[in-house]
Design a protein around this ligand. Structure first.
Ligand code: FES
Ligand code: FES
Length: 178
């Protein structure tokens, strides 16, 4: 059975190793913050960090994830305090919200590699589709998050929504955690 680390926990999925990681995360691990969009690699709504790289989880199988370190949107921060999350709220760069988790993952991965990205570098690194067209705001928010990470600026934390991130993974019938 495929074994990997999800949100810092070693887990073993009792699933076919050819199951897409996206399905395992959402349907077995109940980590529904990762969204199921196109299912074929076009929208990036399903992005997760795999060994620190933003990857589309609909395109990789559990077998390909074996032994790797997976971080979903639930694991990016415990209290939605990642600078990207704060900047997206501050710049009102969230509309439907469905595509936002994948955007946060892609932006967090970018800023980890390049803390001061240009507009074109952001556009290249964020392939996520957003039908409502918040792209200019996304660029502003990601650059603002970079300034926060460079300690040139602070953002007041957005009010907590009153929902525990842990509520996203209460029962995990197909996953064995140590
Ligand atoms: S659901 Fe994976 S890229 Fe669209
Ligand atoms: S924020 Fe979801 S489609 Fe734009």
């Amino acid at each position: 059975m495929p074994q990997l680390t999800v949100k810092n926990r070693p887990v073993e999925f009792k699933l076919d190793p050819q199951t897409p990681l996206l399905w395992a995360l959402r349907e077995a691990a109940n980590l529904t913050g990762t969204k199921y969009g196109c299912g074929v690699g076009d929208c990036s709504a399903c992005m997760v960090l795999v060994d620190g790289e933003a990857l589309r989880s609909c395109l990789i199988t559990l077998a390909e994830s074996e032994g790797r370190f997976v971080t979903t949107i639930e694991g990016v921060s415990r209290d939605r305090s990642h600078p990207v999350q704060q900047a997206l709220v501050a710049e009102q760069a969230i509309q439907c919200g469905f595509c936002t988790p994948g955007i946060v993952i892609a932006a967090a991965s970018l800023l980890k590699k390049n803390i001061n990205p240009s507009k074109s570098q952001i556009e290249e690194a964020i392939p996520n589709l957003c039908r409502c067209g918040v792209y200019p705001r996304l660029v502003r928010a990601i650059q603002r998050a970079g300034r926060v990470m460079r300690r040139e600026e602070t953002i007041s934390a957005a009010p907590a929504p009153g929902i525990s991130t842990e509520d996203a993974a209460l029962t995990v019938p197909a996953m064995k955690a140590d």
